[in-house]
Design a binder for this molecule. Structure first.
Ligand code: FAD
Length: 459
């Protein structure tokens, strides 16, 4: 519990209207998309970096945890106050400070919703590619903290490829600017890159500088329908090997297709074992050439039907279907264990075969979809967490899947981070020394372990 006299000090720092200890407010900020929940002692909506600095200094003096929070859409429990404390909701950091069209960069606050930022940038003919499927509600601060990726990562990379500078309040309360506003810059260690993906454990991000690129002039979306799952997986390797780089290459298996169709009713091919959703972008003649090339490859690898979306509405419907998979899965069962493994692209057929074998042997419903173009498959084990025996079977399956992924040269998380839910598996991928070095870095930044404790290193 944070004592009343400390709460009074926090009210003086942030203004009492921005500090909440009512149970209903605390419940609202107690959970994220993992569907787990831990009640914070206090919820604060800071208005500027100075207030955060003072709160963190107080946290060091009075020894209470501070947990940064964006939209709470994280899939690994990064914003859960697992040891209680104060949840710092970044919603008031909601300004796009400047879009600099001469230098192709933007200065933006972390509470801005990613999709809103993209729309503003696109009005000026510019492009900010990182597009997590949560872009309509997740924030840039959360995206930076998790190094979010999305369908376009296959061509354009992930959040870390666009963040060039940050303002960060360190866990000790000091305020630091990292990085540059220039195309290049190599002065000292790259603290910006260290912060990106640090899951709110090394500092509170209060300002972000991102680079922008010109918006592609045209694009096309292709739907390829497969009677066999493996043929869809082999197509991904075929497209990669053909040297055509699509701007998105997404995959849905049969269960994902049925679930989304049941939810949206937009005419997805429910009879298919798998579909690929592929986007190409660029100058119109390149788009036409690449779309035709990809259509040929899909057919060569066993697609029974390949359609190029005729207009913007059918295109948007397909992408809406992709974004709706995650929420619609809960129709299958009340709980999902959601992993985001990534393998070298040539191993996609092997890992899907292995996952299906594990699902059958473990008698589990596993739904697969995701960013196949970069080898990132979202593996969703659908269970009812009230059935203990089923839960333990599911966690055994997770371990087996991770072992297979690592044996194939992959990684246990492509974009969701470690947080709480993946912390027990950290040492499957990292060496003891690797973990120790990371813990030393954490200690340098946060000697009293006040910022987002209990994350990443919870063995
Ligand atoms: C339907 C759905 C689809 C999704 N699709 C994708 C996807 O395609 N790709 C992907 O990468 N992720 C995806 N996610 C996961 C999630 O949306 C991302 O991790 C996103 O980046 C989290 O942003 P948020 O604002 O919700 O952050 P939160 O969940 O609030 O926080 C996430 C982490 O960031 C930290 N944090 C937040 N703000 C700050 C800050 N200002 N300073 C320091 N730390 C901070 C928190 O402490 C926490 O550790 C999806 C989630 C959902 C629910």
């Amino acid at each position: 519990m944070i004592e009343k006299r400390v709460v009074d000090k926090i009210k003086r720092i942030a203004g009492k209207e921005h500090v909440h200890s009512e149970p209903e407010e605390r419940v609202c900020y107690s959970y994220d998309a993992t569907n787990q929940s831990c009640l914070p002692d206090l919820v604060v909506f800071p208005g500027n970096a100075q207030e955060i600095s003072e709160i963190l200094k107080l946290a060091n003096e009075e020894n209470f945890p501070v947990i940064p929070r964006g939209a709470g859409s994280g899939f690994t429990g990064g914003t859960l106050p697992v040891e209680g404390g104060l949840v710092l909701v970044m919603a008031r950091f909601n300004r796009i400070i400047e879009i600099d069209t001469e230098n192709l960069i933007a200065f933006v606050e972390p509470g801005v919703v990613t999709g809103n930022f993209q729309k503003e940038v696109e009005k000026l003919g510019l492009f900010y590619p990182p597009d997590p499927a949560s872009l309509k509600f997740s924030t840039l601060g959360g995206n930076v903290a998790e190094c979010a990726g999305g369908p376009r990562a296959v061509k354009y990379g992930v959040t870390k490829d666009y963040v060039i500078g940050l303002e960060v309040v360190l866990p000790t309360g000091e305020i630091i600017s990292t990085g540059v506003q220039t195309v290049k810059g190599v002065v000292g260690y790259d603290l910006t890159k260290l912060m990106v993906g640090s899951e709110g454990t090394l500092g509170v991000i209060t300002r972000i500088i991102v680079k922008l690129i010109p918006q592609p002039v045209s694009k096309k979306t292709i739907l390829a329908v497969y009677p066999e799952l493996e043929d869809a997986a082999r197509t991904v390797t075929g497209i990669t090997a053909s040297k055509i780089t699509p701007s998105a290459l997404e995959f849905m298996d049969h269960s994902a297709i049925v679930c989304v169709e049941d939810f949206l009713r937009i005419g997805l091919p429910v009879e298919a074992e798998a579909i690929l959703l592929i986007e190409v972008d660029g100058d119109p003649y390149i788009v036409d050439r690449d779309a035709a090339g990809i259509k040929d490859i899909c057919i060569r690898y066993g697609a029974s039907r390949v359609e190029i979306a005729e207009d913007e509405e059918s295109e948007e419907n397909l992408w809406r279907a992709r974004r709706a998979i995650s929420p619609s899965l809960l129709k299958i069962s009340p709980t999902k264990i959601n992993e985001d493994i990534t393998v070298p692209r040539s191993k996609i057929p092997d890992i899907l075969r292995k996952i299906n074998e594990i699902a059958k042997r473990s008698r589990l419903d596993i739904v697969n979809f995701g960013h196949a173009g970069d080898g990132n498959i979202h593996v969703n084990i659908m269970i009812d967490k009230r059935r203990e025996e089923e839960v333990s079977r599911a966690y055994e399956a997770v371990k087996e899947i991770f072992q297979a992924v690592l044996a194939m040269g992959g990684t246990i998380s492509g974009e969701h981070g470690i947080g709480v839910t993946k912390a027990p598996y950290l040492r499957m991928e990292l060496s003891d020394l690797g973990v120790e070095v990371m813990k030393r870095i954490k200690r340098v930044f946060d000697p009293n372990n006040v910022l987002n404790p209990g994350k990443i290193f919870r063995d």
